[in-house]
Design a protein around this ligand. Structure first.
Ligand SMILES: *[C@@H]1O[C@H](CO)[C@@H](O)[C@H](O)[C@H]1NC(C)=O
Ligand SMILES: *[C@@H]1O[C@H](CO)[C@@H](O)[C@H](O)[C@H]1NC(C)=O
Ligand SMILES: *[C@@H]1O[C@H](CO)[C@@H](O)[C@H](O)[C@H]1NC(C)=O
Ligand SMILES: *[C@@H]1O[C@H](CO)[C@@H](O)[C@H](O)[C@H]1NC(C)=O
Length: 462
């Protein structure tokens, strides 16, 4: 009953507006490399051919569907098995289309001829994707949801008249182009095993993948962050977190049990960092990291590091005596302490008066919550736009122009070596406050002017 992939909801477009399901009707298609490296296409069928009431019906069946999907997914534990099923379903649809073809209606026959060809090509693309995705994580889970959804729409539209079939055909052609483009971008996926540092450091950064506007659907929430736990507790591997606001104040953090829930804005839990008359654990600066279900961030009321344990719901803060409040990153105020996590643990960067504002990198002992070792860099912090860590190497970025960012400096703590480099990457929008690497999925997460953006990375050979 589920047949083919045509669309994923939720526009991931370089348009500056966000469209909800209700807004379908602009008739556009966008493609991107999806959450787990799969190709994701977002198709909005024009109102004229895809009546709003259909969409509404789909929305109402959403919960039911997701339960169904979950059940199904839990049954199919192996990703490879899931793919085999998926491919089976695609051929199944092709077969159905062939059946239709042999029917008496010549007109439909013609329309489906094209559809069938495109389906075949699509099938081939999915086969290629299978290779590139290999045995990685919940990639198929989301692909599965997408295909499931697609099938519903196609089932409905199939019974429509010729003009609708034409719409499907056009959308398929666009989808196929996007998938092909996706294939080209595949080159940018990580070439190292998760957790492994057997590579020669960052080689390049892929194209920005724009998931969508923040969960508050507020374009004014330019300050914030999003991503995944850098060392998830067992069973929380799919969890996402998000926070956004109009300024650098950090008042809470929201978690979503998986990518689908994040996109659907279905909250798992929100933790307030401020409860009147009870506590004020608010932070500032949006340079936090989530690790072992704990938020590490810059405390606001006393300048220092803070951690908020989302399991025990307790907070703790610790002053770094040398750290100065005078030096923030280039784009935003209050970014005095920047947390990062990588394959080797938890890090914090800041600048000191002694260093004349040059960036200092500290390794945090996670047991004692102390900075146990520091490295002095020769880069002035305010010329840096952000930093992140991969395998014990600090990467510092700077702005080149409104569309381009550049990693211009690295500090390798394994060799105590600094160097100037030029690894440029595209920005979706100029301004951003949050950039961090997640060692658990080897992606770079950026909170870009209110939008969730991530990048795949590629490493040099060891
Ligand atoms: C797909 O194939 C299965 C058998 O493999 C069949 O039972 C099912 O009816 C087919 N679905 C469609 C929609 O043709
Ligand atoms: C799947 O379809 C339901 C409605 O049937 C919709 O609410 C949901 O957002 C869709 N999910 C995806 C990933 O396309
Ligand atoms: C792909 O999977 C095979 C077997 O599961 C494994 O040997 C290989 O290293 C994997 N390749 C990548 C790039 O992950
Ligand atoms: C968070 O609290 C739980 C429960 O008290 C504890 O087991 C865990 O170690 C804490 N995590 C961190 C990172 O401090």
């Amino acid at each position: 009953m589920m047949d083919l992939l045509l669309l994923v909801l939720l526009l991931a477009a370089p348009a500056h507006t966000w469209l909800s399901l209700e807004d379908w009707g602009s008739g556009r298609v966008d493609g991107s490399v999806g959450e787990f490296g799969q190709c994701v296409c977002n198709v909005f069928l024009p109102d004229t051919s895809f009546p709003a009431d259909r969409v509404e019906q789909m929305q109402t069946s959403s919960n039911q569907l997701s339960v169904e999907i979950k059940l199904h997914i839990s049954k199919v534990s192996s990703l490879k098995v899931q793919l085999v099923i998926l491919l089976g379903q695609l051929s199944n649809l092709t077969a159905r289309v062939e059946n239709l073809e042999s029917g008496p209606d010549k007109f439909i026959k013609l329309e489906f001829e094209l559809l069938r060809i495109e389906l075949r090509e699509f099938e081939a693309l999915v086969t290629q994707l299978k290779t590139s995705l290999n045995s990685s994580s919940p990639a198929f889970e989301s692909l599965f949801i997408e295909i499931r959804n697609m099938s519903l729409i196609v089932d409905q539209l199939e019974s429509y008249d010729r003009s609708n079939l034409e719409v499907i055909r056009i959308e398929f052609a666009k989808l196929q182009q996007k998938l092909e483009k996706c294939q080209d971008d595949k080159d940018d996926y990580s070439n190292a095993q998760i957790g492994s540092c057997k590579h020669g450091g960052l080689l390049r950064i892929g194209k920005p993948v724009v998931s969508q506007l923040n969960a508050d659907l507020n374009g004014g929430f330019k300050y914030g962050g999003w991503g995944k736990d850098s060392k998830p507790l067992p069973g929380s591997e799919n969890m996402y977190w998000y926070y956004g606001y109009t300024d650098t104040l950090v008042t809470k953090i929201t978690r979503y049990s998986d990518y689908y829930k994040l996109i659907m804005r279905q909250v798992f839990k929100t933790h307030e960092l401020y409860v009147r008359y009870q506590y004020d654990w608010q932070g500032t600066g949006n340079n936090y990291i989530v690790r072992e279900n704990t938020l590490y961030y810059q405390f606001r009321s006393t300048f220092g590091m803070a951690k908020f344990n989302m399991t025990s719901l307790t907070a703790q803060n610790k002053v770094i005596p040398q750290a100065s409040t005078r030096f923030s990153y280039h784009y935003s105020a209050n970014q005095n302490l920047d947390f990062a996590a990588d394959e080797s643990g938890l890090w914090v960067t800041y600048a000191t008066e002694e260093s004349n504002g040059n960036l200092v990198l500290g390794k945090i002992n996670e047991e004692t919550f102390e900075v146990e070792k520091v490295w002095q860099t020769s880069e002035y912090k305010q010329s840096i736009t952000n930093t992140f860590m991969i395998c014990g190497v600090l990467y510092a970025t700077r702005s080149v122009d409104t569309q381009t960012e550049e990693i211009f400096y690295t500090y390798d703590t394994n060799k105590n070596e600094e160097s100037h480099v030029s690894i440029r990457f595209e920005k979706f929008q100029d301004f951003y406050v949050y950039l961090d690497y997640n060692p658990a999925d080897q992606k770079l997460y950026m909170y870009n002017n209110g939008y969730y953006v991530y990048y795949n990375v590629k490493f040099k050979a060891a």
